[in-house]
Design a protein around this ligand. Sequence first.
Ligand code: TPP
Ligand code: MG
Length: 588
Amino acid sequence: MSISDPFRGTPMPSNGVRMRGSKAVVETLKAHGTEYLFGVPGSTIPLFAEFAGRDDVKLILTRDERGAACMADGYARISHKPGVCTAIEGPGTTNLLTGIGEAWMSSIPVIAITAARTPTESAKNPIMFCRGRVYDTFDVLKPYTKWGIQVHHPARVSELISRAYAISTTGRPGPVQVELYPDAMYQEWDFDIAADPQYSTWPAQRVWPDPEKVKAAARLLVNAKRPVIIAGGGVVRASAWEELIALAEYLSIPVATSLFGKGSIPEKHPLAVGVCGIHSRLSANQTVEDADLALFIGSNTDMHTTNKWTSPVPGKTTVIHIDIDPEEIGRNYPTEVGIVSDAKHALAGLILAVKEIVPEKRHLQERYDVVKKRVDAWRAKILPDQLSDATPIKPQRLMHEISKFLRPDAIVLGDLSFSSIWVNVHYDTPIPGPFITYARGFDLLGWGLPASLGAQLAAPGRQVLSLIGDGSLGYCIGELETAARYNIPAVNIVLNNSTLGYEKFLIKYYNQPGKITEEQPGCDYTKVDYAAVARAFGCVGIRVEHPSEIRPALEKAFASGRPALIDVVIDADVIPPSTFFDESIRSA
Ligand SMILES: Cc1ncc(C[n+]2csc(CCOP(=O)(O)OP(=O)(O)O)c2C)c(N)n1
Ligand SMILES: [Mg+2]
């Protein structure tokens, strides 16, 4: 049978099966190996109706669309498959926006399937339309998506959803949008559902580096006196940790990581100095500041990683920058050698090029000694707080208990604010892998809980632990009901300081230069027992007020096999290791 493309009139061969566009959506997801669609219904009712009686692709009804986007994001980070979410036009799409923003800033492939109103209603002031405008909620996601398409006719449904997979997973991964008009969902067509399997996982279509530039980079690395590698999220996403560690060990180069690069080297490795930048280990910043050459690999030289573009020191440090995104090369530093490449291929190429120059492994004990001295000094500094019995509980003690309790392959999510700092500074990456992740792209409050549910769905049977602030939890607390309804056994720990801690400290110390602002209005909440709230939603809820209760709470939460929330009352006066705060007042 042959059908006509209604837009170009070109005949397209088809052995198609007749079905509604809405069914073709689900079949296309299935063909790409997608297991879940996260969302809230409305004008997408034909799509939701397709899930009756099938569980090869499962529908996860969330409590709001932002939660759906964050779950799809969390799922994508752990599964290496794109996450798919859905929302209606108007308020559904605007709710989706902030979750999509996090995926955009964190370079995560999330496919947003949204709906559009029938064109005959345009400009007539129907509900959910912006007065007089036509495509307005399609444009809402535009700043935070790589690509978006409006599908008016059922004939294009499967093909364009397949394009969405291809675009979100290639180059620098990121979110995309497919907006379905009513005809595209309700009408029938003869569909050939097919998926190109290379786009079912990410990163897809991995780019190889220019060999001449790799040789130039190798020469610089070999000749540097105090080199450092700064490994970013691109190393983790490309599963390039073996190559990274091999290169570092071959030339005895210390390795710092960005927030998203945590997971590219075990942090007890003798060349690992930890996360550098604003929220950092002292040992990492010392090493980067001291370097005469910095190799950024899979990192975007953002404000966090470079401590507001001061470390490496511009002008003093020679920079090699390797990234999948050509726009990032040279963005913030004069760059001696810039290479557009997938991190794994680039590192493999660098190892070969280095071996051409240095045929034998070069073990430089003095470099190991410097790393050991810096890391040991930092560990000695944090030890008393890690062992503190004080109440309210010191976050350092909480992190120490978590580190001792979790299995090496546990998935750990640090929401943002203090939660992410404690995870990235005080939690030692035990084994390499994409196990530790944050909302530190868009800094989206309300990410940790829904993202942890997506992560758990991607990795059933694995420990999933999310740390979230009480302010952030307030944005997404309804998703505890989603967790209970589907029995998704992720564990969330609330760092309960009854305040928007980060902002409170910023007002206190930085509202007036050189002076303390005694009052910080607009930051404090009433004291809430979030464990009781969790129980009311049908989850396990445990309140922890003394350090001795932390371990039993973790044991109980994970043994329950149910979604659990541990409400930890923490010391609201501890300033975490963030260079936003002066060294004299912040913790290590
Ligand atoms: C949606 C959104 N609104 C505001 C902010 C600014 N902000 C950053 S951290 C923070 C405080 C978060 O408080 P909480 O979650 O309780 O964490 P804590 O700082 O107390 O650890 C705020 C308001 C943000 N990042 N995102
Ligand atoms: Mg708080």
